[in-house]
Design a binder for this molecule. Structure first.
Ligand code: HEC
Length: 164
């Protein structure tokens, strides 16, 4: 399966973009307006809007949750369509989409995907996989919550991303 390193983008374009953005909006001159009630905006979220709303609304992108491989396909498809950004920027957007709009099939996914989508530690993700291997498929979300010693709070925050 293709890895994130398959993002093939000319570095020159990325450098150009970064330079342009920095020159265009120096933060000390024109602070970005904050949406009410939204503080400490994720920088990757800003990058996402910047890179992904030229050709369509970014809300169209986030209308659906996707698995990590599906997000990878989307990014590669958008590069083909002409989306720009350095490899590093596109990876940051990819990571952001995976952790904010991800979906993971908890009964089949490997530990690294579970960790990435649910923002769990590798140890917690391994524990989920080990529990599944020992006890069989999870019937529902509550069953996942019962895996001993995992960060249940983190898990709860990502409830919508867990698919069966
Ligand atoms: C250069 C223009 C352009 C940019 C920039 C762009 N897209 Fe797209 N995107 C398109 C086009 C064109 C389509 C419609 C393609 C289609 O329907 O086959 C599309 C469709 C999509 C879809 C729907 C795909 C589907 O299969 O339903 C998603 C999701 C998406 N884009 C995500 C992104 C993300 C994430 C980024 C930022 C990395 C991005 N786009 C940046 C042109 C662009």
């Amino acid at each position: 399966m293709a890895k994130t390193s398959s993002f093939t983008l000319s570095t020159a374009a990325g450098v150009w973009l970064a330079t342009t953005l920095m020159t265009a909006t120096p933060s000390w001159q024109s602070p970005a307006p904050q949406a009410p009630g939204k503080t400490a905006e994720d920088p990757a979220a800003t990058l996402f809007v910047r890179l992904c709303s030229d050709c369509h609304e970014s809300t169209r992108v986030t209308a659906l949750r996707r698995t990590r491989p599906d997000w990878e396909d989307v990014i590669n498809k958008m590069i083909e369509k002409g989306a720009t950004g350095s490899e590093k920027e596109l990876e940051a957007v990819f990571d952001y989409l995976v952790r904010s709009y991800g979906k993971v099939f908890i009964n089949t996914a490997k530990a690294d995907e579970i960790a990435a989508v649910l923002s769990l530690s590798p140890k917690d993700a391994e524990a989920i996989v080990a529990f599944r291997t020992a006890n069989g498929k999870f019937a529902d979300f509550d069953a996942v919550r019962k895996v001993p010693n995992i960060d249940v709070k983190k898990l709860d925050e990502h409830k919508d991303a867990v698919a069966f």
